[in-house]
Design a protein around this ligand. Structure first.
Ligand SMILES: Cc1cc2nc3c(=O)[nH]c(=O)nc-3n(C[C@H](O)[C@H](O)[C@H](O)COP(=O)(O)OP(=O)(O)OC[C@H]3O[C@@H](n4cnc5c(N)ncnc54)[C@H](O)[C@@H]3O)c2cc1C
Length: 386
């Protein structure tokens, strides 16, 4: 990808924002299990960072997706995974379908304030019984007069405890699973919505996660994004930006892990020599850095294609898969070289080890990515008929 001075200016804006407004507080927010999301989103919104590729008509910058990827990469300098994930939910997970297919009325009501940082959004797809198997979700939105009446629940919903609205995927008919779903904008203060206490997580500690319950929740039918029954298709498209953001966001965090490990291994001596002087260690770190560069190249290639309007399902799935795999490999190897210090809860690398573990699970597990890649390679066996 060729970066212009405008890309570099945006990169610097994000980096400065992270260094000034976020990183000094991360340790405290990680301990508290939340960060002041409305305050941080407002500051990010004032800088234009929540609507980089969104239409100017609704307050976005109207730039192509390569700029969003530069920002995603730079948000990876945040010294935890939870806050960039929360930001990514707002910019690349709960807003792409709304921005692309929502009516002007809906975009004025929900997208404009999300871009400005005045509202926090969340995305409600997963359920207790349907994570990987999105088509199998059970939450329903039944028509009643001009409204939908929603019943069911959504599990592991990032940002939900502070969210002003949810982009909800629900069954709006009894048709086949891929054509019976719609995306519906649901204000979180609507009567009938309740939340579980915060879910206690292995990592991503500073991002808030809860289960959300819907008991006869009534929203107008005009809150539906696009055509009825097109929700599954729109969610699959929306996943492409989620996966590209997720992969791009990993790059700098993994490089930071390698960098702090190099510094530590230069200082730490065993048997009279610096750890870094062991060939097994400096070769391994060089190999990991090479892998991170390969991830970067994959992300950039997918982004270039996306900007050119091509279908990037294959490359975005590969990037997401590679990011998850590499997250586990880099953080595990680096943690090893920190020895006992790496096993301490507050260690930079141990936090990354816990946080990056989610990347192989959330937003489509590694095996789901492999299934998509196999399908596009034409090597996924068809369903067997008895
Ligand atoms: C911290 C966190 C935040 C999240 N945020 C959100 C959010 O904001 N919104 C939202 O909608 N969801 C969210 N999720 C949910 C997340 O997307 C799901 O957990 C994920 O899609 C996996 O679904 P599951 O947990 O039901 O796993 P399952 O579907 O039960 O799968 C379990 C495991 O089985 C394997 N597997 C599954 N299917 C296959 C297969 N066909 N072949 C081979 N192996 C397979 C995979 O290894 C998978 O990890 C979040 C989850 C977490 C933990």
């Amino acid at each position: 990808m060729i970066f212009t001075p405008e890309h570099e200016a945006l990169r610097k804006t994000v980096r400065d924002f992270v260094a000034k407004e976020i990183n000094p507080h991360v340790d405290q927010w990680e301990k508290e299990g939340r960060f002041p999301i409305h305050d941080i989103f407002k500051k990010a919104g004032d800088l234009g960072l929540l609507g980089i590729s969104k239409p100017e008509k609704f307050g976005g910058m109207g730039l192509d997706y390569s700029y969003s990827i530069v920002a995603a990469e730079e948000f990876g300098t945040i010294t935890c995974g939870g806050i960039p994930m929360s930001i990514g939910v707002q910019t690349d997970m709960c807003t792409p379908a709304l921005a692309r297919f929502g009516s002007d009325e809906l975009r004025d009501e929900f997208l404009r304030p999300a871009i400005a940082g005045d509202m926090v959004g969340c995305i409600g797809v997963s359920e207790v019984g349907a994570g990987s198997d999105v088509a199998g979700l059970k939450t329903t939105a039944r028509k009643d007069g001009d409204d939908y009446v929603i019943n069911g629940s959504k599990m592991w919903i990032t940002n939900s405890p502070s969210a002003d609205w949810m982009c909800l995927l629900a069954n709006t008919s009894d048709d086949k699973p891929h054509v019976n779903k719609s995306l519906i904008m649901v204000p979180m203060k609507t009567p009938g919505i309740t939340l579980s206490p915060h879910l206690d997580k292995l990592g991503m500690r500073s991002s808030e996660t809860a289960q959300v319950f819907f008991d006869n929740v009534r929203v107008p039918q005009r809150n539906r994004i696009g055509h009825e029954g097109a929700g599954f298709m729109m969610q699959m498209l929306q996943f492409q930006e989620e996966r590209l953001f997720g992969a791009a966001n990993m790059i700098k965090g993994l490089e930071q892990c390698i960098d702090v490990t190099i510094d530590y291994c230069k200082e730490r001596k065993t048997f009279g020599n610096a750890l870094i002087d062991n060939q097994v260690i400096h070769f391994r770190l060089a190999e990991l850095q090479t892998e991170v560069e390969a991830l970067r190249a994959l992300v950039y290639q997918a982004t270039e294609m996306y900007v050119r309007g091509k279908d990037v399902t294959r490359l975005a799935s590969m990037a997401k898969l590679k990011a998850g795999r590499l997250g586990r490999e880099v953080t595990d190897a680096c943690l090893q070289y920190w020895g006992g210090m790496g096993f301490m809860w507050d260690n930079h690398v141990s936090r990354a080890y816990r946080d990056t573990r989610l990347v192989s699970i959330g937003g489509g597990a590694d095996e789901i990515m492999l299934g998509i890649i196999c399908k596009l390679m034409g090597i996924l066996p068809g369903k067997k008929k008895d």
